[in-house]
Design a protein around this ligand. Sequence first.
Ligand SMILES: Nc1nc2c(ncn2[C@@H]2O[C@H](COP(=O)(O)OP(=O)(O)OP(=O)(O)O)[C@@H](O)[C@H]2O)c(=O)[nH]1
Ligand SMILES: [Mg+2]
Length: 287
Amino acid sequence: MVERGGPSARAVAAVTYRAGRGAHVIGITGASGAGKSTLTSALCRSWAESGEPVGVLAIDPSSPFSGGAILGDRVRMSEQGLDNEVFIRSMATRGHLGGLSFAAPEAARVLDSAGFDPVVIETVGVGQIEVEIAARADTTVVVVNPGWGDAVQAAKAGLMEIADIFVVNKADREGAPETVRDLESLLAMSGDRRWRPPVIRTVATDGLGTDELRAALVEHRDWLGLSGVGVIRRRQRVEEELRAVVAARLAERAEALCAGEDWDSAVEELTSGHGDPWSSADDLLRD
Ligand SMILES: Nc1nc2c(ncn2[C@@H]2O[C@H](COP(=O)(O)OP(=O)(O)OP(=O)(O)O)[C@@H](O)[C@H]2O)c(=O)[nH]1
Ligand SMILES: [Mg+2]
């Protein structure tokens, strides 16, 4: 219903906005192939094993059916009897009537309302919308791989600014310590941040570093609470969402005004050389 948009999505929002329990929403983003899904799977298994029910939204740029790594892992997790603790949904970027920027936060709230905590949103950190969605989480994790190029790419995509935690995944490959060092010196230069993002090494395929990442996630969540930044971020998120809804409603209204009898006669009048578009627009908006 949320993906379809329109009145049904509106009905869902009316429920979830009240029923939300304030789950820790974690955005995981980074270049394609960085290992986000593998890392998410490793985290999910770890959370599930310690009895924390986790909801995952995998935002897939192409198709809702190619969640490859993570869907394979879901099968394995269900074999281990962990499927009650993990809910995974992949959402396609294309084909959202209301737009993904509506659907993703709303879907996250559905998971929150259903009792999942944490809620993970995985997006490819390339498009602006994808980066925005990840940045709207409570805690944003940026995944890079060994190699200086990757850190530079991340910086170019605007991921440095949004990262609360950096993960250097594929740390089994050459160059991991250098990438950690490079990131740390980049971070040291952007000095006045109240929260200095930790840089964590992982080998997602083996689950290595998962515990450290979980600890960093908890630490950031606690910091959000203690510093008051969490409240500020949630307020900003509410503002962005409200702004988007107001803009969408006005666009709908504009669409409706630009059709029908009044519209036709305004066009008629202007075509025959009377009046001006500004006055006609005022008239249309007045009714
Ligand atoms: N060597 C090594 N390979 C890894 C590691 N983590 C993931 N991979 C592999 O990297 C490839 C991509 O992993 P995914 O988890 O699908 O990457 P992703 O970031 O989700 O990719 P997209 O969803 O396409 O953006 C897979 O073949 C993984 O098995 C790691 O720590 N070390
Ligand atoms: Mg993936």
